[in-house]
Write a protein that binds this ligand. Structure first.
Ligand code: ADP
Length: 481
């Protein structure tokens, strides 16, 4: 038990934690609501007790005055008797009743000789000067009455209450009220913290789970939405989406590093082999020297291209942030790339089929559109066989998109390969592609760029018949017909 309490205290040690904040806030709210009832009833009791006391005092006054009126002239003993008489249901004498009720009652004869007193404080000054003659304290009241016999003053009745009785009643009521409020506060504190803990326990669960997450288990650990309700379910779902993204990102990064190191291993091994060869015999043999240096330079060139392509691939993933406001006239770019390829590959026949009725602006950075077209045209050239013919078609697709299709009549690819060619470092025929200088990154870069600009790319192909790559990019709606 001690351990459990210690654990709970450690768990919520932070004084700014939501449990404390909500716990105290709820305590205050509950306490304020719960305290209304005892405060109201105490106030009510106080009013009732006060009224009752005033009524009792007045009744006793009436009773004594009535009795004094009935007395004969030489009635000293009768006065004493009167105050010794039992008058109430509590079986107490009038004198005791006066003491209980804090009533200082004094009776004076017509010559102002004191005939009876229930308390010592002398009330004689009040006979002539009235109630004002007596020292006033809180809640005190004074009554002065003259009893006549045959129209002559016969006795004087003076009564004073000092307010001690009511003060005592008040103190008792306040004492009870404070005890009740103390108990209530304690109960509210417990209830509030139980409620706060139960409300916030899903958050604690989330916190515990998130603390245990690391790169190794991020793909397996997820929050269970069934454990939560309302907004908590939405938050847990959002966290799960975030975890999915982070997991995919980590996986992506890990795979990328693995792929890169794998890809770099071959050129490094080739260069190392040639350098070893040179070291052993090549220095003296100009033929070996020449061959090894040429091969090493070729591999270094490949590595340079590979590093540049990897850099392009990484940057391609961020275009949506960096180039969000760029616009490019599509027709203009397609025509200039088409002309460049005609000059670069004079042995190829390039055909441009421009189905656009006007120039269209698309939201893309010009260099990126050129890069995509160059990648696709380079591949079309690289993977063409005897029929050296390439068709470039530009058209409007589904009203909102520009479609650029690049078709060759080369080696083509199987359905299986069509799904994989956009993966990084994927090459249908690794050796042949390497021979042609391919790293398997071109289509990945193109796809990353196109996705970044909210477009799409796909391929139609058949082995031996050629391939047709389709790029679709959204039209900027400024230039419509
Ligand atoms: P690479 O630099 O190797 O060409 P890509 O990512 O551009 O890398 O292409 C991936 C693979 O897809 C290529 O290795 C090739 O096997 C295949 N490929 C791409 N374009 C074509 C095409 N036009 N015809 C046939 N195969 C192609």
């Amino acid at each position: 038990m001690k351990k459990f309490i210690q654990k709970q205290i450690n768990k919520y040690r932070n004084p700014f934690s939501l449990v404390w904040k909500w716990g105290f806030l709820l305590t205050i709210i509950l306490f304020l609501i719960a305290a209304i009832w005892p405060i109201a009833t105490t106030y009510n009791s106080w009013q009732q007790d006060k009224n009752q006391y005033e009524e009792d005092v007045s009744q006793i006054d009436q009773y004594i005055i009535q009795r004094l009126n009935q007395l004969s002239e030489d009635s000293q003993s009768d006065i004493e008797d009167l105050f010794q008489k039992k008058v109430t249901i509590t079986e107490e004498s009038l004198q005791d009743e006066l003491h209980n009720k804090d009533m200082n009652v004094q009776v004076f004869s017509e010559n102002q000789t004191q005939r009876y007193h229930s308390f010592n404080e002398n009330l004689k000054p009040a006979i002539d000067k009235g109630a004002e003659a007596l020292e006033k304290t809180q809640n005190q009241s004074v009554r002065v009455e003259t009893i006549y016999h045959e129209d002559q003053p016969f006795l004087y009745y003076v009564r004073k209450t000092s307010g001690n009785y009511l003060s005592e009643v008040k103190q008792n009521l306040i004492k009870h009220l404070l005890i009740t409020l103390g108990c209530l506060l304690f109960i509210c504190l417990i209830v509030a913290f139980i409620v706060a803990l139960s409300f916030l326990s899903p958050l604690q669960k989330m916190k515990r789970l998130l603390k245990t997450i690391n790169a190794d288990n991020i793909s397996d650990l997820r929050l269970n939405g069934n454990h939560y309700q309302g907004e908590m379910t939405e938050i847990s779902e959002s966290i799960n989406v975030l975890l999915d993204k982070m997991s995919a990102f980590i996986e992506h990064q890990t795979r990328f590093v693995e792929d890169v190191s794998h890809e770099l291993r071959t050129p490094v091994a080739v260069i190392e082999g040639h350098l070893k060869l040179l070291n052993r015999w090549g220095k003296e043999d100009p033929e070996v020297l020449d061959e090894s240096l040429t091969a090493s330079l070729h591999e270094i060139q490949r590595m340079k291209v590979l590093v540049q392509e990897m850099l392009d691939l990484t940057r391609a993933g961020q275009v949506d942030v960096q180039f969000a406001d760029e616009q490019t006239p599509v027709r203009d770019v397609v025509q200039s790339v088409y002309q460049n390829f005609q000059i670069l590959y004079p042995d190829f026949n390039f055909f441009l089929e421009d189905d656009l009725k006007q120039e269209y602006q698309i939201q893309i950075y010009r260099n990126h559109l050129e890069q995509i077209l160059v990648i696709l045209l380079d591949n079309a050239v690289k993977y063409s066989l005897d029929r050296k013919e390439i068709h470039i078609t530009v058209s409007v697709e589904a009203i909102d998109y520009i479609e650029i299709a690049i078709q060759d009549f080369g080696e083509g690819m199987s359905r299986e390969d069509q799904k994989k060619v956009f993966n990084r470092f994927y090459r249908v025929d690794k050796a042949r592609s390497r021979e042609r200088g391919g790293n398997g990154l071109g289509l990945s870069i193109a796809q990353e760029l196109i996705n970044g600009y909210k477009g799409s790319i796909f391929v139609e192909s058949a082995p031996g018949a050629g391939s047709n790559f389709h790029v679709r990019l959204p039209i900027l709606r400024l230039n419509d017909e």
